[in-house]
Design a protein around this ligand. Structure first.
Ligand code: HAM
Length: 440
């Protein structure tokens, strides 16, 4: 026998039932953005390497150490996307979306790839839900984007997350601050790697989590104290709007984020039950990105929320999102004629919006009943010779055990009506049926 092949190290992979949780989390994180006028973008998973070098920034860990880059047969350098923003902005430029009304508001979801050392909550393939809003500097838009992320997490029932907020300054005040910070860092004894980072992007040093460095940075100048008047006004208005929206945050004057494109508002949601990999989502404003990628000089703001870490956070809080049941009705034919009849009824049930399945392979009643239980179905349909002779079938409620006989020719309609009646669960009852889900 050949040896079995396992998934590559560090990829996030889900099978039932956690795959259903994955879908529910993705849906819930996206839902607020869809209600706020963000349109869907389906983006490529690999892009020209140059896009990330220019977009995310050469000095970032993501670009300098973590990209999965390969050469295609035509000799082009391509990279599996490490994040979604650069590709989303590229698509906006390529398709001229910014030539219609502004701001352009888009959302996307899908896998990202970073060659990080795998550990709990840190994957080499993970999934994000993201939004980008381009072409407006309005602080109300910053507040909207932050509030959408907040609503996504809350909608799932998550409670132990904290929103960290900072402002990083703009093209006019950042260079002055950078000089002051560089001057301060020059007074410290930094190891060679950190000194190099201080040379390439001194702001990133502020965010270093090592306690000895944090201690050395206690007196470091902070971006918030070097904002120009416009940035200060902008940040004040963002906070005012967040207050109005009822979003709570903590000031995080050392938050700079790991990607180079951020200006002004920067934010991160951290979850306190997750240990080292606590960032469940983050984002911010980016002034120069679109122009750097060859587009108009428009500012934008967005976020990326990590589906995998959100799932870990939900598990840590003991919250289970409502998932769509795999099966509402499980049909059990006893004999070939019964199978053909039930095959048709199952098709009618599916056409009517119910999740329905059938026992294949001529199972005996006992085994088929076990399969019905395993399927999670609320109702089982049983069709044997006795029922066939009476042109009827048995509908059994798998929760209460109650059963009744209904005419075959109207069975599908009857069962669909039964399911609608069962679709208002009492507290502690089984999760919602698929019809309920569809109405959401
Ligand atoms: P990011 O902070 O690099 O931002 O990633 C966003 C989220 O993706 C993180 O908060 C985390 O939940 C998840 N994530 C990142 N790396 C990993 C990993 N190795 N394993 C598991 N989850 C991970 C961005 O990607 C920006 N594009 C967000 C943005 C959009 N900024 C503006 N617009």
């Amino acid at each position: 026998m050949s040896s079995s092949i396992r998934a590559p190290k560090g990829v996030a992979e889900y099978v039932a039932p956690s795959a259903e949780v994955f879908l529910a989390v993705r849906e819930a994180l996206v839902a607020p953005a869809r209600l706020a006028g963000y349109g869907y973008q389906e983006l490529p998973i690999f892009e020209d390497t140059e896009l990330f070098v220019r977009g995310v920034g050469e000095s970032t860990d993501v670009v300098s150490k973590e990209m999965f880059t390969f050469t295609d047969r035509g000799g082009r350098s391509l990279t599996l996307r490490p994040e979604g923003t650069a590709g989303a902005i590229r698509a906006i430029i390529q398709h001229g979306l910014d030539r219609a009304g502004l701001p352009v508001k888009v959302w996307y979801a899908g896998p990202c790839f970073r060659a990080e050392r795998p550990q709990q909550g840190r994957f080499r393939q993970f999934s994000q839900v993201g939004v980008e809003a381009v072409g407006s500097e309005d602080p109300a838009l910053d507040a909207e984007v932050v509030a959408l992320a907040d609503a996504g997490f809350r909608g799932l029932g998550l409670r132990n997350q904290r929103l960290l907020l900072n402002s990083l300054g703009c093209r006019s005040c950042r260079p002055g601050y950078r000089e002051v910070l560089t001057g301060f860092l020059a007074t410290l004894e930094l190891d060679p790697a950190t000194a190099e980072r201080a040379r390439l992007n001194p702001l990133r040093v502020l965010d270093d989590k090592r306690p000895e460095l944090q201690a050395a940075l206690v007196a470091a100048p902070l971006p918030i104290d070097h904002l120009c008047q416009e940035c200060r006004d902008h940040y004040d208005q963002v906070r005012e709007d967040l207050r109005v929206l009822g979003v709570r945050w903590q000031e995080a004057p050392r938050l700079v984020r790991g990607l180079d494109y951020y200006t002004r508002t920067a934010f991160e949601f951290v979850h306190d039950d997750l240990g080292a990999q606590s960032g469940i989502g983050g984002g911010g404003r980016y002034d120069g990105l679109m122009a750097d990628l060859g587009g108009a000089d428009l500012s934008g703001i967005g976020f990326g929320l990590g589906i995998d870490r959100t799932m870990l956070a939900l598990a840590a809080e003991g919250v289970s999102p409502v998932t769509r049941p795999r099966c509402d009705v499980f049909a059990i034919p006893l004999g070939p004629i019964a199978k053909t009849r039930l095959l048709a009824i199952v098709a009618q049930l599916r056409a009517g919006g119910a999740a329905a399945d059938l026992a294949f392979d001529n199972r005996a009643l006992r085994g088929a009943m076990k399969a019905a239980d395993r399927s999670g179905a609320r109702l089982a349909l049983i069709l044997g010779d006795t029922e066939l002779a009476a042109d009827a079938l048995v509908v059994k409620d798998l929760v209460t055990g109650a059963q009744r006989t209904v005419p075959l020719d109207t069975a599908a309609a009857t069962v669909l009506a039964d399911l609608t009646g069962l679709a208002s669960p009492t507290p502690g009852d089984r999760p919602a049926t698929s019809q309920q889900e569809e109405q959401k």
